[in-house]
Design a protein around this ligand. Structure first.
Ligand code: ADP
Length: 150
C-alpha cells in the first residue's frame, strides 16, 4: 500500500517555487502527512571570487546566510498561511541538488514537490538543473509543477 507520511518541499524562495509549496501543503493535508520545507544555502557562497585561490567565506557570513534561510522559511510559512500545517523547516548548506536528494533520503520523504524551474527560470529547457537532478536521483516519487500552474 502506498503511504505518504512526509512530503518534502524544497524552495529557493523565488516566486516560481510557490506553486510546488502550495501543492505540497494541500497534499500533506489530504494524506495527513508531515510537511517539510527545505532551503539549501548553495556552497558556491563558500568561495569568494579570487583569480588565483578561492578564499573560504568567513564563518560569520555563513552563519548569517543560514540564519537568513531560517528567516526566509518562517516568512514563507506566514506568507502562504501554512501555520496550521505545522511544517518542519530545515536549512542545509551545500550543493542544492545533492542536499535535497540527501534530505529526501534521511528525512524518509515519501514525496518531493518541486517546480520545473526556480530562480534561474529558463523556460527553454524542460527542467532546471536542480530539478533534473532531483528527478533523476530522489529515492521517492517527485511531483513536478510548472511555475504558472496555480
Ligand atoms: P532553475 O534552473 O530554473 O533555477 P532549478 O532546477 O534550480 O531551476 O529549480 C527547480 C526546483 O529546485 C525549484 O522548486 C526550486 O525551489 C528547487 N531549488 C533550487 N535551488 C534550491 C535551493 N537552493 N534550495 C532549495 N530548493 C531549491
Amino acid at each position: 500500500m502506498i503511504r505518504i507520511r512526509r512530503i518534502l518541499a524544497p524552495t529557493d524562495f523565488s516566486d516560481h517555487t510557490m506553486p510546488a509549496v502550495r501543492y505540497a501543503a494541500e497534499l500533506a493535508d489530504k494524506f495527513g502527512a508531515e510537511l517539510i520545507l527545505l532551503h539549501v544555502v548553495p556552497d558556491t557562497v563558500l568561495a569568494l571570487p579570487d583569480a588565483v585561490m578561492p578564499t573560504p567565506a568567513p564563518m560569520a557570513d555563513l552563519n548569517a546566510l543560514i540564519e537568513a534561510g531560517r528567516t526566509g522559511l518562517a516568512n514563507l510559512v506566514a506568507a502562504l498561511k501554512l501555520e496550521r500545517h505545522k511544517p518542519r523547516t530545515e536549512v542545509r548548506l551545500g550543493s542544492p541538488e545533492r542536499e535535497i536528494v540527501a534530505a529526501a533520503k534521511d528525512l524518509h520523504a515519501d514525496l518531493v514537490c518541486i517546480t520545473t524551474h526556480g530562480r534561474g527560470g529558463i523556460a527553454r529547457v524542460l527542467l532546471g538543473s536542480v530539478a533534473e537532478m532531483i528527478v533523476r536521483h530522489a529515492p521517492c516519487p517527485v511531483l513536478t509543477v510548472r511555475p504558472g500552474a496555480c
